[in-house]
Design a binder for this molecule. Sequence first.
Ligand code: ATP
Ligand code: MG
Ligand code: FE
Length: 356
Amino acid sequence: MTVLGIETSCDETAASVVARDEDGRARILSDIVLSQTTEHAAFGGVVPEIAARAHVEALDGVVEAALNDAGLSLDQVDAVAVSAGPGLAGGLLVGLMTAKALAAVAAVPLLPLNHLEGHALTARLTDNVAFPFLLLLVSGGHTQILAVHALGRYERYASTIDDAAGEAFDKVAKLLGLPYPGGPSVEKAATSGDPARFPFPRPLKGEKRPDFSFSGLKTAVRQAAEKAQPLSEQDIADLGASFQAAVADALADRVSRALERFRNAYPDLGEPVLVVAGGVAANETLRGTLTDLCATHHFRFLAPPLRLCGDNAAMIAWAGAERLAAGMLVEDAASFAPRTRWPLDSAATPLIGAGR
Ligand code: ATP
Ligand code: MG
Ligand code: FE
């Protein structure tokens, strides 16, 4: 089967066609991502109104390009999948309305999906990984650990009590005068920095409670930056590297507890799997830290290719293909409304068909 995916929940306008064969193997036939970086750069962050307008202007062309690259016409796809939340209301509405129109014209099912499920299932798009697995979801809006028991069955083990990890990267970039988007520019600056120069706190390290916290760390970076004024290029590199090391370390500490909990939940799994997903999963320091952690705990570690860590539509098309294959269709999809908030572990959307 072949699914057209559409993604407009934040500042990426994206469309992709993904094929899934009967054995569950995936092929990405096309993957178009148009980032609105230049539109938002002057403001140092995403401006919702600008994002929505940019999606309106770009989406038709992006969908056309995705179909062209795949060598397919609209009537050759088996379903249209779209990010229906969580995210910015305007962007979600643009994507959902477009997807509804395309699905109606092609007379195929519409799959309104949770954007986070796209991130969560990316590892199954690119690698051979079975359910259940443990997921560290680290993105711009979310920092969570979830047990992925099965398709559509998520159990939250931990989440942030303040900022998301990606948000912390974005704020630290801003206060260091590094360009938006923050994560990649902090990582780049940090390559020539000393991660041991600033002994930043590792929030909640060693604590039993299943939480993340990043706002105290961000404040510590701000105070250190104020003390070191005026900042030289080396100061910025050192602050970035020290911050990045603290984030990776804090995340790893929280994950190490979750590894134990997951192993206790599934004592018979030969080699349990930890998957990392979301924009921050592109960070090499974090990937290295998690690789080491998993080696120690005898987990297999999987991280998507860099290109598929941030927002894209291939992950949406793939999540759609998984749901279509399982017969998990949403009841009355044509009147599905965007959900700006939509926890991945919340009660399931009413389904029709075999997935019920
Ligand atoms: P959500 O998925 O929670 O709705 P989102 O879609 O905006 O939020 P993503 O696109 O998945 O988030 O990820 C974007 C975030 O990832 C941004 O905060 C960005 O700074 C961060 N990020 C991207 N690349 C890196 C990197 N190399 N290192 C650290 N952070 C990064
Ligand atoms: Mg983005
Ligand atoms: Fe995302």
